[in-house]
Design a protein around this ligand. Structure first.
Ligand SMILES: Cc1cc2nc3c(=O)[nH]c(=O)nc-3n(C[C@H](O)[C@H](O)[C@H](O)COP(=O)(O)OP(=O)(O)OC[C@H]3O[C@@H](n4cnc5c(N)ncnc54)[C@H](O)[C@@H]3O)c2cc1C
Length: 384
């Protein structure tokens, strides 16, 4: 049956079917294939085009805490393994947080005291040397962070899985899930176990489940720019990539920084000095691509219906902030895009509507950091 109820031949049959070919769906397919299961992935688009290819590619491991830190460490191990097996670019270059105010430095000092094994304090000169960011009062190096180039890594991971026998049905939308498999726009896939990994679109398959978990959409503005400092690309620097560059805004976003009693002062100062940036959810950060361009962002707009109309002043704000951070003129924009991820009060959704089905989504902006680990846990639950 198709979604319109037209009779068709069954499309496929497997031990486990995965809905969605983003990083979470591919992580589930990987775990199931590693366990020796016959796996089918069904993806609505002709390729993975969602959040998983639109992000910074930043495995922001060190700044996580609790369950997210545990999943981030598991995911980091998988990224390193997969980069080797699938042959995509991965930089174990860590991240540098540039502190441009003393209160930010105080937060970093508290984190360094709590996590001396992976957080090292830097002075301003060391921040400039490591990350090409002048004028910081100091900073910290977060050594466990890793980075991939998502638009290359995600298709490479799908290709690796296909070589290992996972079957992909692209341009095929799942319209229903039951205990024996899934109904799709091309006919039925029979599989006794089902993993639903559709990111923020979980409400389109089960509105009640999404509403119970408080899942909404978060839309982000992103830019790819020419590096105005002309820092050598990783290829030109013998493979050495610049660390991901985080800022005081990052302290408000990642849980590990909550260890610091000084965080309140940072929040209050930013609210006082930059209500304009706070109102658009600015999180100023920047990552170097393998070709030397920078991915810079971002802004955040939460709700059920992100506006399709994109005011240019958001990009102006981002470009001014990047120029101030790097101590340069405004960089030249090469590409602009928007991405959407799932957001909810809790960072992870792992739901079992029936024994054979797991619905899994990273409901915070940390799916590249934690998604492979979370997906593995979903599959392990089904296996047990
Ligand atoms: C701009 C931006 C920057 C980010 N930066 C970072 C970062 O640097 N580090 C980090 O850790 N995280 C980051 N994130 C978050 C991260 O990208 C996401 O958490 C993660 O990619 C979510 O993966 P996913 O597989 O759940 O979703 P997606 O990548 O959106 O994949 C879901 C897939 O399901 C498919 N699908 C949906 N419905 C159906 C259906 N009915 N049938 C078939 N297929 C369906 C969709 O087409 C899609 O391909 C960022 C996100 C954005 C948007």
């Amino acid at each position: 049956m198709t979604g319109l109820g037209r009779a068709t031949a069954p499309l496929d049959a497997a031990d486990l079917v995965v809905v969605g070919a983003g990083v979470v769906g591919l992580g589930a397919a990987l775990r199931a294939a590693d366990a020796g299961l016959d796996v089918v992935v069904v993806e609505r688009d002709a390729a993975a085009l969602g959040a998983s290819v639109r992000n910074f590619g930043h495995g922001c491991v060190t700044a996580q805490d609790g369950e997210a830190l545990r999943l981030a460490r598991a995911t980091r191990e998988l990224w390193v393994r997969l980069a080797r097996e699938a042959g995509f670019w991965l930089a174990e270059s860590g991240a540098v947080v540039a502190a441009r105010h003393d209160d930010e430095m105080a937060v970093l000092a508290d984190l360094a005291a709590a996590r001396a094994d992976e957080v090292a304090l830097l002075d301003g000169a060391a921040v400039e040397e490591a990350a090409g960011c002048p004028g910081a009062v100091g900073g910290a190096r977060l050594s466990s962070d890793v980075r991939v180039s998502p638009r290359e890594a995600v298709p490479a991971l799908a290709a690796l899985l296909a070589r290992r026998g996972v079957r992909f049905h692209w341009r095929t939308a799942v319209v229903g899930v039951d205990e024996r498999g899934v109904e799709t726009s091309r006919g039925r896939v029979d599989a006794a176990r089902q993993v639903v990994a559709v990111g923020h679109d979980v409400d389109l398959l089960d509105a009640g489940l999404a509403e119970e978990a408080g899942v909404v959409r978060c839309a982000l503005r992103m830019l790819r720019v020419r590096d105005p400092r002309r820092a050598p690309s990783p290829a030109a620097a013998g493979g050495r990539a610049l660390p991901a560059l985080l800022t005081g805004w990052s302290l408000l976003r990642y849980d590990a920084f909550a260890v610091s009693p000084a965080l309140g002062a940072v929040r209050e100062r930013l609210a006082r000095e930059r209500p304009d940036a706070l109102a658009v959810g600015l999180h100023l950060m920047c990552t170097q691509r393998p070709d030397g361009d920078l991915v810079v962002g971002d802004t955040h707009a939460y709700g059920d219906a992100p506006s399709p109309f994109r005011p240019e002043d958001l990009d102006d704000l981002l470009l001014d902030e990047v120029a101030a951070l790097l101590g340069t003129d405004r960089p030249r924009v090469v590409e602009r895009w928007e991405g959407v991820y799932a957001s909810a009060p809790r960072p992870f959704l792992l739901s079992a509507p029936r024994p054979s089905t797991r619905v899994v989504s990273v409901t915070a902006g940390i799916g590249m950091t934690t998604g492979l680990g979370l997906a593995a846990e979903a599959v392990d639950q089904l296996a047990s």
